[in-house]
Design a protein. Structure first.
Length: 305
């Protein structure tokens, strides 16, 4: 496996030059565009990593997966469906113009900013600090890594500059989708986006999702298998921003990317994949990361279709 992953890194490295690191969150602009790591977790082969697979970066939008899981575990499918829909918007992750009519829950999904921000309100907890702590604890549990924490600099950087997310949150309030204090909700969302992981953590989280909530190492069911089905379905249709259709055709597995340069891919029943390469294409997806998944999918016949 490591040899295959190394060949893929070598082949995809040139694609890095097609992208740029995210700069709209000032702290993310400090990333080294040339870093590239891949890690897989699979039955039989265990954990295999190559390149910069031990390098940490912030989850950014990949945290939307855990926010959705936390909300599903706390309020069930019905509670989540009442607040946030499941249809792909076909628009960028931070778009305002969902529809010409009033904004309704069915216009947003858990993998766009508005949907993830709304879902933070469903997390159990008396305060937003408590809600975030429960989210972080769940992330630690599914990654099997109790030391996961936030990158304070990235968190503060986004909190200081995230006015588009502020506007989205007020829009959710204006249309009565949420009623909470905007800054409190946003604080939870910004902290979630700032959780620092490595490609190994992403591969392990994806592997639990691939096994429908089962941690195969301990043999423990960590969360409801129906919630894994729900999440994987949403990742398949909405996880790669407005590039999800293309990704379904070229790679064919549920996945989530983040503007920190990470991609987490779930191969149902078989494998979890974590990738880090921070040079992004115009949609916000890692250029080399997408290419690597394309090659890996072809080589190992990973597409679920
Ligand atoms: N924290 C980022 C934002 O809300 C996450 C976006 C992303 O990774 O797509 O702008």
């Amino acid at each position: 496996m490591e040899k295959l992953l190394q060949n893929i890194i070598n082949e995809c490295y040139p694609y890095i030059k097609n992208g740029e690191v995210a700069t709209y969150i000032p702290e993310l602009a400090k990333a080294d565009k040339n870093e590239f790591g891949i890690c897989t977790a699979s039955h039989g082969e265990g954990i295999n990593g190559v390149g910069d697979y031990k390098k940490s970066f912030t989850m950014q939008s990949i945290a939307k997966t855990v926010i959705l899981l936390r909300a599903l575990e706390d309020k069930g499918e019905e509670g989540v469906r009442r607040l946030v829909g499941v249809e792909a918007t076909g628009k960028p992750f931070d778009a305002f113009n969902y529809s010409d009519q009033a904004l309704k829950s069915e216009h947003i999904n858990p993998m766009i900013n508005a949907g993830a921000i709304a879902l933070c309100t469903l997390i159990d907890g008396k305060t937003y600090q408590e809600k975030f702590q429960r989210l972080l604890d769940l992330t630690r549990k599914i990654a099997g890594n109790p030391s996961l924490d936030i990158d304070e600099d990235v968190y503060l950087s986004e909190k200081a500059t995230g006015n588009k997310n502020r506007a989205l949150t007020y829009m959710l309030k204006a249309y009565g989708i949420i009623n909470e204090d905007a800054e409190e909700v946003l604080d939870c969302y910004f902290r979630a986006c700032s959780i620092k992981v490595t490609s190994v953590d992403l591969a392990k989280i994806a592997f639990v999702l691939a096994n429908r909530g089962m941690d195969t190492l301990s043999g423990k069911q960590i969360f409801d298998k129906n919630h894994a089905k729900y999440i994987n379905a949403v990742l398949m249709t909405c996880g790669m921003y407005d590039g999800s259709g293309e990704f379904a055709v070229t790679v064919g597995v549920p996945a989530k990317s983040g503007v920190g340069g990470g991609i987490m891919a779930v191969v149902p029943g078989r494998m979890g994949i974590g990738i880090y390469s921070p040079a992004l294409d115009s949609k916000g997806n890692s250029c080399a990361g997408i290419k690597a998944l394309e090659l890996l999918s072809k080589e190992l016949e990973l597409s679920i279709f």
